[in-house]
Design a protein. Structure first.
Length: 297
C-alpha cells in the first residue's frame, strides 16, 4: 500500500514538474520575443540620430542644385532676350550648353530626392510588424546606404569619431530576394560592432598611422551570394570568437551592448534566409563577418 502511494506521489510530482517546465519554456519564449522587440527598438533609436545627419547630405544636395538650376534658367532667359535682338549664333551655342547643364542638375536633384525618400521610407518600415515578406531588393544599395547610416548614428554620440569606408560591390549583383527589414537590422548590427571596434582602437595609445576603416564587399557566385563586413579595429580574442553569437554575450562595457544583436543576426541569416553567418578575427588587427546566402533557384 505504501508503495502504491509512493508511486502516486511520484506521478503527481512528475506532472507538476512537467507543467512547471512548460510554463518556464513559455516564459523564456516570451522573454525572447520581448528582448527581440527591445533590440529592434534600440536599433531604431541608434540610427535615428544617423538619419538626422545622413539625410542632410541629399537634402542639401537638392537645395544647392535647385538654386543653381534657377540661376541657370535666369541666364537662359537673358540670352533669349539677346537672341531676339541680335540673333547671334554664339548665344545659341551658349544656350544649348546651359540647357544641358540644367538637365544634368535636375537629374541629380531627382536622384538625391529619391535617396532621401528611400531612407525615410526604410526607417518607417522598421516599425511595422506586418512588413515581414521576402521581396526583390537592391542589395548593393542597401549595403551602402545603411552602413553609412549606422556610422552616422554612432558619430552623433562622438563627434571626434570618423571612419573611412571602402565599398567593393559586385556590379552584377542585381536584385536579391530578401526580407528587407530583417536584413537591414543585420547590416546595422554588424556595422555598429565594426564602428565600436575601430573607435576603441582609435582611442587607444596614439598611433598616427592608424586610419579607422570598414570594408564592405559583395559578390554573386555560382553557389551563392557572399557579403563581407570587415574592420581594422581591436579584434576579438581567440577564446571569445566562438561565443559572440551566444545570446546576452557581449565584449562591450555595461550599458553599451545588450548581447542580443549578433544572436538575432545569426537567426535572421541562418533561419530566416537559410544562409550562414560566420566571423574570423585577429586580435589587434581585424574582424570580418561573412554572410553567405543561397542563390535563388
Amino acid at each position: 500500500m505504501e508503495t502504491i502511494n509512493h508511486q502516486e506521489d511520484l506521478k503527481q510530482a512528475n506532472a507538476l514538474l512537467t507543467e512547471e517546465v512548460q510554463r518556464l519554456g513559455q516564459e523564456i519564449e516570451s522573454a525572447r520575443e520581448q528582448f527581440a522587440q527591445q533590440n529592434r527598438l534600440a536599433g531604431i533609436g541608434q540610427i535615428t540620430a544617423g538619419i538626422l545627419h545622413e539625410i542632410r547630405n541629399p537634402v542639401n544636395f537638392v537645395n544647392n542644385f535647385s538654386r543653381l538650376a534657377l540661376d541657370l534658367v535666369a541666364e537662359m532667359k537673358e540670352l533669349l532676350e539677346k537672341e531676339r535682338a541680335e540673333a547671334a549664333s554664339a548665344n545659341l551655342d551658349e544656350l544649348e550648353e546651359l540647357s544641358g547643364m540644367v538637365e544634368t542638375n535636375l537629374t541629380r536633384i531627382f536622384e538625391n530626392g529619391r535617396r532621401a525618400e528611400r531612407i525615410a521610407q526604410s526607417m518607417l518600415d522598421q516599425t511595422r510588424d506586418d512588413n515581414r515578406q521576402f521581396a526583390p531588393t537592391d542589395l548593393n544599395q542597401m549595403l551602402e546606404e545603411f552602413t553609412k547610416l549606422s556610422y552616422q548614428g554612432v558619430r552623433a554620440h562622438d563627434r571626434e569619431f570618423n571612419v573611412a569606408f571602402t565599398f567593393d560591390l559586385d556590379p552584377d549583383m542585381g536584385q536579391v530576394n530578401l526580407m528587407p527589414n530583417e536584413f537591414v537590422r543585420v547590416i546595422i548590427n554588424l556595422t555598429n560592432n565594426a564602428c565600436y571596434a575601430v573607435n576603441e582602437k582609435r582611442k587607444a595609445p596614439p598611433n598616427p598611422d592608424y586610419t579607422p576603416r570598414i570594408t564592405v564587399t559583395s559578390a554573386r557566385m555560382e553557389d551563392g551570394i557572399e557579403i563581407k563586413i570587415r574592420d581594422n579595429g581591436i579584434g576579438i580574442p581567440d577564446e571569445l570568437v566562438q561565443k559572440v553569437f551566444n545570446p546576452f554575450f557581449t565584449t562591450k562595457p555595461p550599458g553599451e551592448g545588450t548581447g542580443l544583436g549578433l544572436s538575432l543576426s545569426l537567426k535572421t541569416i541562418n533561419e530566416t534566409h537559410k544562409g550562414q553567418l560566420s566571423v574570423t578575427s585577429e586580435p589587434g588587427e581585424f574582424t570580418e563577418f561573412v554572410i553567405w546566402l543561397p542563390v535563388e533557384k
